[in-house]
Design a protein around this ligand. Structure first.
Ligand code: SF4
Length: 393
């Protein structure tokens, strides 16, 4: 039973003593990479954090906290029975899990991945709908034409901006159901070329900034936005993630100009070198998953999308349906409005969390996973990142 007296559902994995973390309990985040640095400031407001763990060895101190490696931290974790929250993507988590288990720590008792912590812990012990991260695609227009784009942008017959009013309604529907999300990411295509980009940032930040730990925007670094947009990025503390595809396309000067401007405006940003991608094959023919359920879970694509009030387990599932005309089944996505209408707050939140933690429907996978090779360990097809389609004419 949880503190509300609800039966503990199958989807729940955390041992009961995680419930003792209420009222400013102590946790130790593991991972000071991009995800860690984005979510640790929000975690510091809610929990006592004595130190951080990272195996990279580069950072000794982050946000004023000592960064230890796992071997240094292990004795203290054991002695004080501290809970570890792993703030990394799924494929890094798998390795950390092995390392922790080799030292005798038990998954979901002594440590868990951040997404499970955010979602399960907040529902069971705070009765709140808290999510780790969600994305919204705001445009299918782009300045590049990447052959293997995960959002299938270069294959879209009529790229377009998603109307700002549709986006506002989507934000309203989402936050009508969700109490807090640690990260909300806007992406495209290239979001800086949306004609209403200023209005979108300002609506999300003004209306829902207090329900979002961090707003992110992913750009390819080819576009320098106008002064109004820079002011809004600063005002709402938006972190800009600049994907660097200069291994395939020569636009280094533009990328540097954007970076210089972000530095001079004091806007948080990362330049992320992309050298290789996985080839997901879709929308080309040629892939058929033998065991789609296992394939989807192995993929662990850590990008949940929300569009028109519908939740999709990954961004490519959204893009396949909405941009490529893929015929999703009704249970491939979760309709937030119907979920809210038909269930109590607790049940509706449970449905959202089940879906996001991978229990997406009775089949156990989205139908697009049968045709998409994904980005997991069962796909070893790599291609150069940002390789361009040949332009006609
Ligand atoms: S395999 Fe499924 S989960 Fe993975 S990227 Fe493709 S559609 Fe998404």
């Amino acid at each position: 039973m949880d503190k509300e007296g609800n039966e503990v559902e199958n989807i729940f994995r955390l041992s009961d003593d995680w419930g003792g973390l209420t009222e400013h309990g102590t946790i130790v985040p593991f991972g000071v990479g991009r995800i860690g640095r984005r979510v640790i400031p929000s975690l510091m407001k809610e929990f006592d954090i004595p130190f951080l763990i990272d195996n990279g060895g580069n950072a000794k101190e982050v946000y004023g906290l000592d960064v230890l490696d796992l071997k240094q931290a292990a004795a203290c974790l054991r002695e004080k029975h501290l809970k570890v929250v792993v703030t990394t993507v799924f494929y890094s988590y798998e390795k950390i899990k092995q390392d922790m288990e080799a030292l005798g720590f038990i998954e979901n008792k002594d440590f868990c991945i951040f997404e499970r912590f955010a979602e399960e812990w907040n529902l069971r012990w705070r009765n709140k709908c808290v999510l780790s991260k969600v994305d919204t695609v705001i445009t299918s227009r782009c300045t590049l034409k990447c052959k293997n784009c995960n959002m299938f942008i270069s294959h879209i017959p009529a790229p377009h901006d998603i109307d700002i009013n549709r986006l506002k309604t989507n934000f309203d529907l989402f936050f009508d159901c969700v109490d807090y999300v640690y990260e909300y990411t806007l992406l495209g295509g290239e979001p800086f070329i949306h004609k209403d980009i200023a209005g979108i940032i300002s609506y999300l930040g003004r209306r829902y900034g207090d329900k979002i730990g961090r707003i992110n925007l992913i750009s390819n670094g080819t576009v320098i936005p106008n002064d109004e947009v820079f002011d809004l990025l600063k005002k709402y503390d938006v972190t800009v993630h600049v994907s660097d595809y200069t291994c395939s396309i020569d636009y280094k000067r533009n990328l540097e100009k954007l970076q210089e401007r972000l530095v001079s405006e004091g806007i948080g940003h990362y330049v992320i070198p992309n050298n290789t991608w996985k080839d997901v094959i879709y929308p080309r023919e040629g892939y058929k998953a033998e065991n789609p359920k296992r394939h989807m879970l192995l993929c662990g694509h850590s990008t949940h999308s929300v569009a028109d009030g519908k939740l999709y387990w990954c961004d490519p599932a959204f893009a396949a349906e909405c941009f490529m005309g893929f015929e999703s089944k009704e249970d491939d996505f979760l309709d937030l409005e119907a979920n809210k209408r038909n269930y109590s707050k607790y049940e509706a939140t449970l449905n959202i969390i089940k879906y996001l933690l991978g229990d997406v429907n009775e089949r156990g996978y989205m139908s697009i996973c049968e045709r998409c090779a994904g980005v997991g360990s069962d796909n070893d097809l790599t291609v150069p990142a940002g390789e361009q389609m040949e332009r006609k004419g």
